[in-house]
Design a protein around this ligand. Sequence first.
Ligand code: PAF
Length: 299
Amino acid sequence: MAFRSIATSDRSPARLTRIIRTRAELRDALDDVARPVGLIPTMGWLHEGHRALIRQARAADATTVVSIFVNPRQFNVAKDYTKYPRNEARDLEICQSEGVDLVFAPEAAEVYPPGSDTTVSVGAVAQPLEGAARPGHFDGVATVVAILFGLVGAEHAYFGQKDAQQVMVIRQMARDLAIPTQVIACPTVREPDGLALSSRNVHLSPGERAAASILRQALLAARASWEAGERSAEALRDAIRETLMAEPLADVEYVSVADSRTLRELERVDGPALLSLAVRFGTTRLIDNEPLGAGPVTT
Ligand code: PAF
């Protein structure tokens, strides 16, 4: 199935986006494409953040592949999987308009064929924060991304820094499994009020959406304190918590100031660190982070 590009592309002639459903079709399609290949793994419901990843890939790679697959194995709560927003037709239009070459949108049985029985489980970096809050989540992420890396064989793969721990887990997985795909972390794309773009934002009520801008304010309050010379990690955590407490709709799950190389909680911030948080607004759980100093998640 092929779509004609509907928006102006910086490359001419306008490219066709090809939709691929099976491993076999994907193998054939990738046989004779121009290299390097850039992969953007997604779960669909594409937004400006995904567009930015696609644009970065298109600037660096001769062929761009977007995967769209809501991965059941990374949801530790079944309801989160069923309520994950989906709109494939709209996603395909976005891919067309961005000049994506191939969209791989498989059914679950194509990703996990009958008999598949391997789980990729990353060690220490996958344990704290999201790993602790969502048991099994990173096993699901690492497993599906390892499969996608194996199927696509891309030179580059692009992920958003909003999911900083995910980037670290995937890098560790690729390094340990000798997968040569280079993992590239791209800056978080934000709404004008600072809220990080996320497919989950669609679930926020208008009141929750307005309240959610507190996340960025809280992280920036801690950054300002660090820039003013504060090096106590607990004081930085307090700066985040105190800002969040001003918002009654914010139900804080965790606030972290960790070493950005290991994600171990710090007492003092004397090197690269990652401020991060998870907060619920009603039934919607949002995460965000802010790196302090150059570190693995910013490169
Ligand atoms: O970040 C996501 O959308 C997902 O975790 C990913 C990397 C596509 C794996 O399913």
